[in-house]
Design a protein around this ligand. Structure first.
Ligand code: JHZ
Length: 492
């Protein structure tokens, strides 16, 4: 018998079919793939509600919209469901619909600067981003083990940034004046930039990075060097601490992967009339500015007010005020209290305005994130093109600020030493090492004469004005800056 020759196309199709049958029983159910029941017609009938709806496979595509949803139809006898009925079924089964919209490729630990002999052990993971249809929360698809990021070697020192020290002093003064708390706890107290504004008898810190916990202990603040969990909140209570009037956290809550546990731990230890105030990068600002580099291992979530409102409520807490801040490229400061205790702290017009603004932007719609992903791809193309052209023209480029954000950019855009010669950074712990993944050398700003370079890429674009102001001489000498936010451009 003559052996049938299988073409590559046929083989690929079989593999796809087999994968689909295994992974998407809702399609196997109506036998659509490769064997459309309704020839040349993409409309099928929803078994649940009887309405006609579109099937992408029947329409001749390789994938269907329903592939973004978890499988709920386990039996072959069940037919496909329309979007509404499928979503309803998923909710009934308490399954979470997390839809992926962005893939930033293989990424290292954003703040793990390393030596050459550590290259072989460097840890990489897939940096993908998902949207939760239920809570509207944007999160990483794959979380990195917290201990790999936050440990004795953590290098981000808040106090090395003069604008941030001023920022924490101002917020402490404002909170003191407006809320006059007696007992204070900071979660993620880093090197004490916020804590140092409070009396140490009534103030404690929580900081998993041992190097920083030691710094604040030495400053006289009791510091728990542990991750924030319900278990830790119990331990603090058992140690005899009374509930806290103010719990504060800056650029930390978005690092915590299990938000339900995080918020129930807050509820457990917040005094009856106490407030929980936290600030983190704003999802709306990220979407508006195209600053995809806010996404890296530490940022398990990028918060919208909308998602926080939903998740805090679920955990017996109420968000009653929002301040929009310019720090870190656009952040929100969120004020929270107990939900079931009467108080005069009612949600103010800023909460309503923020929710409205986010709704108008489409923060609750998956399509918004698909559009953002297209913008991110374009940003990559433009940056790669610009840097390659500069290289061909023999121009020299240095980067300013070895930020976590630039780890994402350099690894996503495959930028290495051949395109950017080195990175200057004021943090001694980063100097003399190589940047994560890209392995571009990090050097002290003082060791570099910017005039030896034609271009400066702004890794710390969030400090654009202060950097441009400080480096006026570079501009006067004909130098130019490059930024990728809000789009790839040169300026001087
Ligand atoms: P900066 C950090 O992210 C990490 P990063 C963290 N995970 C977080 O959540 C966000 O902050 C909010 C240097 N620099 O603040 C100092 C100069 O060299 O943008 C720092 O290494 N010269 C906690 O790392 C880095 O840049 C300068 O003139 O993205 C600043 O990093 C200035 C202004 C900064 O955050």
């Amino acid at each position: 018998m003559k052996k049938k020759v299988v073409t590559k196309d046929e083989l690929d199709r079989w593999i796809r079919e087999a994968k689909m049958n295994a992974e998407f029983p809702q399609h196997r159910a109506h036998g659509a793939y490769g064997n459309p029941r309704i020839d040349k017609n993409s409309e099928i009938i929803c078994k649940e509600c009887g309405t006609e709806f579109g099937c992408d496979i029947n329409a001749g595509k390789d994938t269907c919209w329903c592939f973004d949803y978890p499988n709920v139809l386990k039996s072959k006898s069940q037919n496909c469901l329309c979007k509404d009925c499928l979503s309803k079924k998923i909710r009934e089964k308490k399954m979470v619909i997390k839809k992926e919209f962005l893939d930033l490729g293989r990424q290292p630990i954003a703040n793990k600067f390393l030596k050459e002999d550590e290259f072989n052990e460097e840890f990489f993971f897939d940096l993908k981003v998902v949207f939760d249809e239920d809570t509207k929360l944007v999160s990483l698809k794959e979380f990195v083990k917290p201990e790999l990021m936050f440990n004795e070697d953590y290098v981000y020192h808040t106090s090395l940034s003069v604008p941030m020290v001023k920022h924490f002093k101002e917020i402490a003064e404002m909170l003191m004046k407006e809320f006059n708390p007696l007992t204070v706890m900071e979660i993620g107290s880093n090197d004490g930039a916020f804590l140092k504004n409070w009396l140490n008898d009534y103030t404690i810190g929580v900081e998993p990075c041992g190097n920083f916990a030691k710094v604040t202990e030495d400053m006289g603040y009791q510091t728990y060097s542990e991750f924030w969990t319900t278990e830790l909140s119990e331990k603090i209570k058992n140690d005899g601490h009374v509930d806290f009037d103010l719990i504060y956290a800056a650029n930390c809550i978005c690092h915590i992967q299990d938000l339900d546990d995080c918020f129930s731990a807050i509820k457990n230890i917040l005094s009856k009339k106490g407030i929980f105030v936290f600030e983190d990068p704003s999802l709306l600002r990220m979407l508006e500015r195209g600053s995809y580099d806010q996404i890296y291992d530490e940022h398990a979530h990028i918060f919208s007010v909308t998602a926080l409102d939903n998740i805090l409520r679920k955990n017996g807490l109420i968000l009653f005020r929002v301040d929009n801040l310019s720090v870190h490229g656009g952040s929100n400061r969120i004020y929270v209290r107990h939900a079931n205790i009467p108080t005069d702290l009612i949600p103010d017009e800023f909460v309503r305005n923020n929710l409205q603004k986010e709704k108008e932007f489409g923060i609750d719609k998956f399509q918004t994130y698909e559009i953002f992903a297209e913008r991110v791809e374009k940003s990559k193309e433009d940056l790669c093109k610009l840097l390659s052209e500069l290289k061909e023209a023999g121009k020299k480029v240095v980067s300013y600020g070895a930020t976590s954000k630039s780890t994402t950019v350099f690894n996503y855009c495959d930028i290495d030493e051949t395109l950017i010669e080195c990175i200057t950074d004021t943090t001694p712990d980063k100097q003399g090492l190589l940047a994560p993944g890209s392995h571009i050398p990090v050097v002290d700003r003082e060791s570099v004469n910017l005039k030896d370079f034609d271009y400066v890429f702004l890794g710390a674009w969030n400090f654009k004005d202060s950097i441009a102001n400080r480096e006026r001489d570079f501009i006067k000498a004909g130098g130019k800056f490059i930024t990728h936010v809000p789009e790839v451009m040169e300026f001087s």
